[in-house]
Design a protein around this ligand. Sequence first.
Ligand SMILES: Cc1ncc(COP(=O)(O)O)c(C=O)c1O
Length: 440
Amino acid sequence: MDFTKSMSLVERFHSLIPGGSHTYAKGDDQFPAHMLPYIARGEGCRVWDADGNEFIEWGMGLRAVGLGHAYPSVVEAARKAMLDGTNFTRPSLIELEAAEAFLDLVPGADMVKFSKDGSDATSGAVRVSRAYTGRDMVARCVNHPFFAVDDWFIGTTPMSAGIPEVVRELTATFRYNDIESVEQLFEQYPDRLACLILEPEKYDPPADGFLEKLRDLCDRHGTVLIFDEMITGFRWHLGGAQAFYEVVPDLSTWGKAMANGFSVSALAGKKEIMELGGLLHDKERVFLLSGTHAAETHGLAAAMATMKVYRDEPVIETMWKQGQRLTAGLERAIADQDLEAHIGIFGRPCCLVYGTKDAEGNPSQPFRTLFIQETMKRGLIAPSVIISYSHDDEAVDRTVEAFHDAFKVYRKALTEGIDGYLESRPVQPVWRTHNNYRLG
Ligand SMILES: Cc1ncc(COP(=O)(O)O)c(C=O)c1O
């Protein structure tokens, strides 16, 4: 596989765009140094890079593309909407239609407000929770890696530079599936927690009634429960993880796959809270969400077309089924190379990730890099293994085959030492205080 053209662009990307990417998780430090493809186009579950290399994609735009790249009915709906204008001085009719379609899917929510990014929705949820409760503190789940680009969240990460201590002190953390860690927060900050925010499920399913217990604790303490359905939405169930687990949060936040890669996010929830951002009350006004581009017609048309496919076709079932086929294949391939102690596959079939460990059994970025390197050589971009509706049997089987061959190299590197196999510096976690990075 030849990356000459892409590699010739790396410096230009970095000279004009800080980090060479508009999203940290897509950055060069996440991939082997000599394999940095820039994507020219995508179709279904495949993408082609600047050099014309073809890959089966297993990241799907950081999970934003559920149906597949350039999904025809979604693209056509967006195109048609654009022909009638994208942005006006008053709300467009499609805003009501999209709200009706969305709220039909999410039974626990009475109202919805659309925006562009997931962060708009989560930060809007935090703000309105503070206004609704009259409290200042936010509790976020520490096991979930991302909620927003805004200070209330970024201040709790290792990249908190630029965020004042006074802001950072207002966000506390609790652990997933550890109800005592939540109870302790309520004890430590009596009458101060405005909201609890978490992904309803990440890699481990909720255990021992965790979500129900959160619901109960929030009810007892008058705290707003926010489910961040950015990833679980449009994957776990048509109505999100809240429908899957039948636990209704006060607010929920959506984005990613809801418009199959077009920029649409949503904050949805109970009328009593959401209406604070509206005109029909006499309380103090809350700036809930507002954006020049928030309700662009083609984004909402794409969202409606996406929701239609999810409603009319077995999208969710297919993602789970294909994910199971993938899991079974990967588990066989791992067992074949005796790698159970070194490679872990985590998550639900509709949303899988893998973990890499070295010969001593410690989590290893060099081995992660080796694995990305070897799968890329075999035609995959697989920093994760996120299924879409377009990953058909052929794509899944080819992927299992490629993983199997990559596992053989992994096994040799474990036995003989990684230095003879790893062709570049290791990848690094996004969340770190310093770069420790050089071009080339
Ligand atoms: C769970 C979760 N919440 C919120 C966000 C923020 O969404 P966006 O990047 O669209 O602002 C992300 C993005 O990765 C996410 O994974």
